[in-house]
Every structure is written in C-alpha cells, then in structure tokens.
Design a protein around this ligand. Sequence first.
Ligand code: ASP
Ligand code: MG
Length: 423
Amino acid sequence: MALIVHKYGGTSMGSTERIRSVAQRVAKWVRAGHQIVVVPSAMSGETNRLLGLAKELMPNASTPEAMRELDAVAATGEQVSVGLLALALQAQGLQAVSYGGWQVPIKTDSAFTKARITHIDDTRVRADLAAGRVVVITGFQGIDEQGNVTTLGRGGSDTSAVAVAAAMKADECLIYTDVDGVYTTDPRIVPEARRLSTISFEEMLELASQGSKVLQIRSVEFAGKYRVPTRVLSSFTPWDIPLEEEAASGTLITFEEDEKMEQAVVAGIAFNRDEAKISIIGVPDKPGIAFQLLGPVAEANIDVDVIIQNVSHDGRTDFSFTVHRNDYARAMDLLQSRVLPAVGAAKVLGDAKICKVSIVGIGMKSHVGVAATMFRTLSEEGINIQMITTSEIKTSVVIDEKYMELAVRALHKAFGLEQGATA
Ligand code: ASP
Ligand code: MG
C-alpha cells in the first residue's frame, strides 16, 4: 500500500463527465489498495471567468485590501471542484471528504494572489485516510495567519499538490494533465517533439522558469527541496487502463544525475513570449548605476530577467534588461518619469515584440561548444540575437518575436531532439 497524491488540472476537471472519469480513475487506485489524496484545480476557464468578474468591478485591483478580495473570489473555483469530485467519488461507492485549504489547514504568508505555503498540518487528512476515506483538497488556496483566504498564483494547484505530497511524505505525486508528459519542446510548434520518460529536477526547474508551462515553477522547487517523486502524466487515457501501465507512463522527475549520464546534452528547448525589452541609452558609466536604474524597478515590484550592460564609450554606456510584458508599460513610465532624469541618461527605448528561447540540459555542464552550436544554428537561419544569458545548464537568447517558431524548430533539429533521433 502506498500513499499517493493525485493532482488534476482544469481540463481534467472541465465537465461533470470529466469529473466522473477522474473519480473512476481514483477508484481504480483505491481498489488496488492505495491511500489517495486528490488535489484538483478549478474547472477549466473558471478562474479566468471569476477574475474577469472582479475586473469588471475594479479594473486595477492593486491595494492589499482589493487583492484580498481577488483571492476570496478566485479561490471559489477550487471550492466547487472539490465538492463535486467528492460527490463523484461517493457515487463510485467510495468514502470521500473534501476540504478547502483553510480546513486542512494549508498555511501561507499574506502575499495575496501569490502567497507562499509556510506549513501544512496533515493530522486531519491522515485520520481520514486511516478511516478509509479519499481526501480531496482544494488546489491553489490556503489561509494566512490572520485567517484570510489566499491563493498561490496562477497555476498554483501544482504547488498545492506537491506541497501536500511533501508534507505527508507521499510515495509519489502524480500530476494528471492534458498532455502526456514533458516534451523536448512544445509539440504544437515542433510536431517531432519527443516525450521524455525522465527529466532531472534541475532541468525541469530550468524549463519551467524559461517558459515551459507544464508545471508551475514553485511546484518544481518544492519537489526538489523535499525530493518528492513527481510524475507528469495524462488524464485523457481511458480511466480503466491497467494501473501498472498508468503508473509507469508520462515523465518522472528524477534527482539522481547519473541516471541522465547516457542521455542528450540538451534535454529540451523552452520559449517565452511574455517578456519585453527595455534599453536605457547613454547612461553615465560610474559605480552604483545599475542599482540606480534597477533599484526603483525592483521597488515597484517589477521582476527583471535578462540584463546586459555594454562596454562604455566616452564614459557612457547602454543598459538593457527584460521585464514581464504585463509590467512593460509601468516600467517604461517609471523609467521615463523618474529614473532617466535622476541618472542623467539620454533616452529609454522599449520593444515588446521579443521572445526568449532557451536550450536546457545538465549535459551542458560537461560539454563545450553547446552554446556555439546554438549561435551557429540561429545565424544560419538569419536570426539576429539581441541578448544572451547563460547558466551552467542553460543558454537563453532574446530574439525578434517573429522568428520564435523558426528558432525553436531549427534548434530542436540541430540538437537531435526529434522523435527517434539518437542524440
Ligand atoms: N485554478 C487556478 C488557475 O487557473 C490554479 C490552477 O489551475 O492551478 O490558475
Ligand atoms: Mg496548470
């Protein structure tokens, strides 16, 4: 008997028909003798609908008081899901009970709309499991010290599930979703993309942070920190496929580097259209300038990603960085109105039509020339690189948005990631 956490995403919970299928699948695991905790998302489209309603009443909810209410609204999507799923499980003849985050409780800090889990008390859940119940816990939501309902940021149900699995020392966390695993890149862009049967935790973390949307990045951080065996698999296989087959499907996140020794240098290619580039031209080149430019940006809670500073000419330099597109207008405003006059720079230029393409692989640690292959491939396609950033296991470039698909396809081929290719 194992203790297993199942997480079902929005499309897996998208209709009563789908919810019934989830219940049948869970029942299969229970009848095989396992203890199951299920963490579902809101039904697909529901969180967007709820936040849309809130937006009609307050277009820019940004005060803590308003954000508290956004969470109060958004958290209801998962509340509906858990109740419906518990009913569907009972209809399968199982004992099942649903809990909101506050009932478990899943404690978080008070950063409304992007709260962090601080503690999970599993006493109540354990008692239910011991009594033979399936426990269904809301994804996405928690409760802060003051008793306010919080949410964990979009896509946060993944993090709820992995955190519950970590707190309960579950044998495995199964993330059921609408794709059948983690791919070398998005198959919608490269049809030859290949499913990886395993991926190292470091690579998964990098892919998630570079734009792969399969798992919320915080869930991967949690999986790494607590070494939670986590598997991404499809909820769209027939629910009654043999359990052994299902248990071995999808992509398993691994923690042992040697398991990857034989595998490709580059595991996957991520891309991200969510960023915008800002350049500050003619900045006086003196100590403290990066802080003077980026300090106010950080204070305004705007995250900065790729940063480059050019060599200076005649005591002046150019400074470029990327921000999330949602923060672009605000960042440009802030720089024009406050920062530019304060530092005495010449002008600010912005470009929201960029994208970031990244190659990721722990094999890059021990292979030279990987970045060079990337640059050669892009140059052969006539794609201009605007910015470059590297770490031990990834190289990212910023390029014109209109070349994104071309770049991803060319790189996928150049690194031999296609189906059947022996990398
Ligand atoms: N329902 C939330 C969202 O749409 C959380 C999740 O699905 O993971 O972002
Ligand atoms: Mg998701």
